[in-house]
Ligand binder design. Structure first.
Ligand SMILES: NC(=O)c1ccc[n+]([C@@H]2O[C@H](COP(=O)([O-])OP(=O)(O)OC[C@H]3O[C@@H](n4cnc5c(N)ncnc54)[C@H](OP(=O)(O)O)[C@@H]3O)[C@@H](O)[C@H]2O)c1
Length: 326
């Protein structure tokens, strides 16, 4: 697996990042250790987590994913070989200060993440989504302190819109603070518009790295969802709510045709399309088993033709939606 440079920084990450939202939730802790081993052996050296993973699940709690990764890193003794990314912003407890992007919460939350991850530093620390109650200056001053003291090496913005991202760059520039050098948006064949229309011009102009999430639309772009059938997955209801739209089924039909032509699977084609997007530094994949991992990383080697990419671009074109809304 190749390594790729993250935007203007000197940091290199693996060309596919392992997501970890499912560890301790969809994947039991012992299986999670095997899955982390398999990903690392396959060359995935960059891991994405968050302090709130996966607090919404009955079988999990906030911080469980970080704990599993921390245990794995310590037992394997490979912290130096891994690029580790985690996030702050979500609600950790009922304490009114245990949420958001205030100085107080960031400075406390980072200690919690470092403890659970059993490490002295976080390579990329993400603001998980914006906090309208806190000025960007307060947030960026707190994050700059962490960069200065070495507990965080780079900072990134997830789920920010273009105006929020631009404001952050302006505030960092104005006050000489650390700036977000990476963006983490949702991006797939079924979710192109927000990134391509608004965010991509910003990341290109200011040279931000992009590690995009949900490249398979939470499982929708795998071929196991159809109008008639829903797979046996704990994510199925959310995935249906988000992706069951007529145009997304059109995209699935095109994926199916191309997968037959290229003798590859539907998730491999959907991932190969993201991997071929110039502005995407590395997609973050979510896998629940070694089988899914093995299948998905084969997308890296897939020789997807320009014609196939063109067909997928046409099937998922969002400009027609803009025309309709005019
Ligand atoms: N910043 C954010 O706000 C944010 C939000 C979401 C995710 N993320 C990060 O991004 C990572 C990836 O997101 P995601 O999990 O939504 O990615 P995804 O790749 O769109 O969806 C992954 C899901 O698809 C199914 N799947 C994957 N490979 C498959 C295969 N080969 N065959 C059949 N089913 C397959 C699995 O679910 P089932 O088997 O249960 O169907 C898996 O959990 C997360 O782990 C997390 O680290 C970040």
């Amino acid at each position: 697996m190749k390594s790729v440079k993250l935007g203007r920084t000197g940091l290199r990450i693996s060309q596919v990042v392992l997501g970890s939202m499912q560890l301790g939730w969809l994947v039991r802790e012992d299986d999670a250790m095997d899955l982390l081993d398999a990903a690392f052996d396959a060359g995935i050296t960059t891991i994405d987590t968050a302090d709130i993973y996966s607090k919404w699940a009955e079988e999990s709690y906030a911080g469980k994913s970080e704990q599993i990764i921390g245990r794995w890193l310590e037992e394997r003794g490979i912290r130096d070989e891994v690029v580790l990314a985690t996030k702050v912003r979500g609600e950790i407890s009922n304490n009114p200060n245990d949420v958001g992007l205030s100085r107080k919460h960031i400075l406390e939350a980072v200690d919690g993440s470092l403890d659970r991850l059993r490490t002295d530093w976080i390579d990329i620390y993400w603001s998980h989504w914006p906090d309208p109650d806190v000025t960007q200056e307060e947030t960026l001053r707190a994050l700059t302190k962490l960069v200065d003291d070495g507990s965080v090496h780079y900072i990134g913005a997830s789920n920010h819109n273009a105006a929020e991202l631009m404001e952050s760059l302006w505030v960092s520039d104005k006050y000489g603070l650390a700036r977000y050098d990476a963006l983490q948006p949702s991006y797939s064949l079924a979710r192109r518009r927000d990134f391509e229309k608004y965010l991509e011009p910003v990341v290109k102009k200011y040279n931000l790295g992009v590690t995009s999430y949900s490249p398979l639309g939470g499982g929708f772009l795998t071929g196991k969802y159809s109008k008639e059938e829903t797979p046996d997955s704990k994510r199925a209801e959310t995935t249906k709510q988000r992706y069951y739209k007529e145009r997304n089924f059109r995209i699935l039909d095109t994926l199916e045709e191309i997968s037959e032509d290229l003798d590859a699977t539907i998730p491999q084609i959907a991932l190969a399309w993201v991997l071929n997007r110039e502005s995407i530094t590395a997609p973050i994949i979510g896998v629940n088993s070694k089988e899914q991992l093995e299948e998905n990383i084969e997308a890296i080697e897939l020789d997807i033709s320009d014609d196939a990419i063109h067909e997928l671009n046409e099937a998922s074109d969002w400009r027609e939606l803009d025309e309709l809304a005019r």
